[in-house]
Every structure is written in C-alpha cells, then in structure tokens.
Design a protein around this ligand. Structure first.
Ligand code: ZN
Length: 365
C-alpha cells in the first residue's frame, strides 16, 4: 500500500526531520508510506513511529526506542539524526529498523511524563482493552476511556513492536534497545538494565557489543518488570536493554561528544558495518544485581542524602538511606549501592533500588 510519492519524501517530511514532524503531531498521525530512491521502504505507522525496510536486509530486526521519558533528549536527538540520514539517503540500511519516539506530548512539555511513567506500564500493565486501540488521536481516545495518554501509548507501542517482529518468519535475531538518560549523574556514566531472562543465559555477544561503546556496567534483573525492555525480551525473545547513556538535559543542550560512541555503534548496527568487540571477560564489566527495592509508602517518604547524589554511590552499612512513616531504611550489606532514587514517585511506586555486585560465571552464553 505505497503512496503516490515513490521517489520523494512526502511534503510533510520535505526537510527529513521526523522528530520535528512528530512534535508537531504529538497525538496521532495517520499511517503513510513511501519509497526512497535507494529502494528503502519507509512506513509511518503513527506519530513518532517509523519503520524502514531496505531493499535487501540481513537477519536482524532492530527496534530503537527513545523518549519513553519525554525529557531524556540526547537519545531522541541521536535517533532523529539517524532517521534524517536514512531519509536523505546518506545512510544505507542493511537491516530492518523500527524507530519509536515514545512520548511526544511529554517531549513537547519538556517533562519525563504528563501523567504516567510509561516505563511502568508495558507487558499489559496499562490494562487497555484492545478494542480501544483503533486509529484515532490518542489524547481523544484516552480522555474518552478515562485513561492517560501514556497508558494508551504503551499499548500502541506494544502493537507496533509485535507488528514489526511478526512481519518476518521466526528465527531471526531480534533487538529492542530502549534508550534513556538518567535524572542524575552516575559513578558509571553509561549503564544498562538487562531485563530478567527467566534463567536463560546472559548474552556475551550483547554484553561485548555494548562494552565496545563504553556501556560496561549492567544491572542484571531477577524479576519480571513492566518496562519496555522486559516486554521486548519476554514477549518477543529480543535482546533487549534499557540503556542509560548519561544525564538528562533539555533539547539542544546535550554535549553530543559524550554520546558519539553510542551513536556510531547504532549507525554501524543498522548499516551492517563491522563492529569490533573483545572476547567476553567478566573482569571487563561492572555487574550488579538488585538487592532490594525501596517503595514509597506514604507522603512522608524522604531520602536522606544529597539531592544530586550519583547512581551507584555506595554507603557504609548502617547509613540511613530514607525514612517513611514509621520506617527507617538502613544500608544492610557491604557493597550495597543505590540507583534511581526519586522521592517524587507516586505512593506505592519504587523510590530507589539498592544493588550489589554479582558474578555471572557459568551463566553466560
Ligand atoms: Zn528514562
């Protein structure tokens, strides 16, 4: 179902700026498709959702997601630049790629989210009735159904990921890289959350791939989650990660030299360039597992350390980390480090994770 513009960008994309286009249509855009001169088929499935299928493609189906948190702009800018290069035929794809800009409304507002944190509502946690997912502006539908834009968007993104992977026969390599930046600085500037694999071995190929661009700190999860990366790994058997690539800054204020290695890796991945990686050695990595999650139980919840504390900061046993009504959370184990502290989450949600070092000896493949 190709449009009548076989060799040119549609007028709406005349400047090849799919990010600007997305931000102009934050709720919805009707599906449209066209073909570039180099044979790459481009399909816009919705606002912020563009699928590329080159004339000939390899065995990898790659989802690159950014902006699931609207104010985490560096990865959004990296992906927007890749999309622009593809549309202007400066970058010849060698693989099928689906780009997703997660939360355009929050991007416009300069916020992490408008109402709901999207990375808590995948794998069906959005509880959206599939019958609701008709093609109509998300905001309108959400209002009519009494749910947030974000929950409906999670449900839609799940559909698009399913469509992308399931359009091909089984047995291909699937990847879903959900790109983020963190609220705070980190002892390890770049790190990744490796979602729970239900006992399957961790992939040495994936670990060394990401280490090649400076991501050599991994948090290995041991329980299911409602994150996008867990959804990709669990529902689609994709190699999936939540990648934290640095600190969140507004659009236009990112120092892209700090992201250059990651941007180059993504470009090589989708254009089939050689990527040189080292043989896997555990000593090249900082590997952590979750020791415990601390949830906010009441409005009285408060964190007991400096507001600008860095992820992976360690404290001595006995140090008070947080207080809630009638509870004091204290460091229990040597080596315990904190990650993702945020006192502003909703009641009942995770306010911080405590992690500790782990060995993966014998459990990788
Ligand atoms: Zn994020």
């Amino acid at each position: 179902m190709l449009s009548a513009l076989p060799t040119a960008l549609p007028q709406v994309l005349a400047d090849a700026d799919f990010l600007a286009f997305t931000l102009k249509h934050p709720d919805f855009y009707p599906a449209t498709s066209f073909v570039l001169n180099n044979g790459t088929k481009c399909e816009i499935w919705d606002t912020g959702v563009i699928c590329f299928t080159p004339d000939s493609y390899g065995n990898n189906d790659i989802v690159l997601s950014s902006g699931v948190h609207g104010n985490e702009t560096a990865p959004i800018e990296i992906c927007a630049a890749l999309v622009k290069d593809i549309l202007q035929e400066r970058l010849q794809l060698a693989e099928r790629v689906l780009f997703l800009f997660g939360n355009p409304a929050a991007m416009n507002a300069g916020l992490r989210e408008i109402k709901d944190n999207m990375n808590r509502f995948f794998s069906g946690a959005h509880q959206i009735d599939p019958a609701l997912l008709a093609k109509a502006p998300v905001a309108q539908q959400a209002e009519a159904a009494g749910v947030s834009f974000e929950k409906l968007r999670c449900a839609r993104l799940e559909q698009y990921v399913s469509r992308f992977y399931q359009a091909m026969p089984q047995g291909r390599n699937r990847a879903l890289y959900d790109l983020h930046t963190a609220i705070r600085g980190s002892k390890f500037e770049k790190f990744a959350v490796y979602p729970y694999l239900h006992g399957k071995p961790w992939s040495e190929q994936q670990l060394t791939l990401w280490a090649s661009c400076g991501v050599n700190t991994f948090l290995l999860m041991q329980t299911p989650a409602t994150t996008f990366s867990y959804y990709g790994a669990n529902e689609h058997n994709a190699h999936a990660f939540t990648l934290e690539l640095g600190k969140a800054r507004p659009f236009g204020q990112n120092d892209h030299s700090r992201f250059a290695d990651v941007a180059l890796l993504l470009k090589k991945l989708i254009s089939g360039d050689m990527i040189s990686t080292k043989a896997f050695a555990e000593t090249d990595f900082h590997l952590f597992e979750v020791y415990r999650a601390i949830n906010k139980q009441t409005e009285a919840f408060e964190l007991c350390f400096a507001a600008d504390i860095e992820n992976f900061t360690q404290f001595a046993p006995g140090t008070v980390l947080a207080r809630d009504e009638g509870v004091e959370y204290v460091v229990e184990q040597p080596g315990e480090a904190l990650i993702f502290p945020n006192a502003k989450v909703a009641i009942g949600q995770r306010a911080m994770l405590m992690v500790k070092p782990i060995s993966v000896a014998g459990r990788t493949a």
